[in-house]
Design a protein around this ligand. Structure first.
Ligand SMILES: [Zn+2]
Length: 266
């Protein structure tokens, strides 16, 4: 059974190899690459080759990749140089996904509830998206916009009006949907490209193991089953809010739950 888990279940910084080893050992077949998703880090050709070799050696495949908005490199920055660098950072991840065998990266639309600058941020964001479309065509890597809050929903709807599903899709995050609603997936089941499955108690984004919070999993699986999504169950869990403090036990529990969700999808 094909099953995926995020690489940053402990940390998204530093050497990912120890985590990749434990993920493979636990029995997962795929990873969601979530390292460096919110930093300025640019992967070099050498980095990418090294990661490719490690994945191959461990029998893991890259399902998809959470791409990045950093501090000095941000595709929505008001500083022109930082915005250019932010676009290059997204290009870097498209190339990385392509080289490691994936066809989609995840990006957050603007989430900040900063209404004063809303229009300006939107303009810069849409300009960055426009510019990256040629890279998507060239690499065959699409961008999946992740559901978040109401602002993110609005921004995503605007972007979906401007760009077709051959360029922009949806990343469905079950934890975010438990806090802010699942409207985006309900409205655009034909855009679903990536899953971020995890749970919470409805008060905060806790990235807990599915079935340990208040997410309605029957409903979530029903939505996924009725969508265009054709890849495997993929967990975006974190140990930080888990009562399980042993990594191996944590991953074993994740695998059991991923198998359960996978069976519910059939
Ligand atoms: Zn997510």
């Amino acid at each position: 059974m094909k099953l995926s888990v995020t690489t940053d279940y402990v940390t998204g910084l530093g050497d990912p190899l120890p985590y990749l080893e434990r993920i493979a050992e636990a029995g997962f077949t795929h990873v969601h690459w979530c390292h460096e998703w919110n930093t300025d880090y640019l992967y070099s050709d050498q980095d990418i080759s090294g990661i490719g070799s490690q994945l191959e050696k461990l029998g893991l495949e890259l399902l998809d990749l959470h791409a990045s908005v950093g501090i000095e490199r941000s595709w929505v920055s008001s500083d022109q140089e930082a915005r250019r660098a932010g676009i290059d950072l997204v290009r870097n991840r498209m190339a990385m996904a392509r080289r490691l065998g994936s066809d989609v990266i995840v990006m957050h639309p603007p989430f900040a509830a900063d209404n004063e600058n809303c229009q300006a941020v939107r303009q810069r964001w849409l300009a960055s998206l426009e510019e990256l479309q040629a890279d998507s065509v060239r690499t065959g890597v699409r961008i999946a916009l992740e559901n978040g809050n109401q602002r993110g929903l609005q921004e995503t709807e605007i972007a979906f009006d401007l760009h077709g599903s051959d360029y922009l899709g949806l990343c469905f995050d079950s934890g975010h949907a438990n806090l802010h609603g699942a409207e985006l997936l309900e409205r655009h089941p034909d855009r679903l490209l990536v899953l971020h499955l995890h749970d919470n108690d409805g008060t905060a984004d806790q990235h807990r193991i599915p079935f340990t919070g208040t997410v309605d999993w029957e409903k979530v699986i029903g939505l996924i089953a009725g969508s265009s999504y054709d890849k495997c169950i993929s967990l975006e869990v974190s140990m930080s809010n888990s009562p399980i403090k042993d990594e191996k036990k944590f991953l074993a529990s994740c695998l059991t739950v991923a198998e359960r969700l996978s069976k519910m999808c059939r």
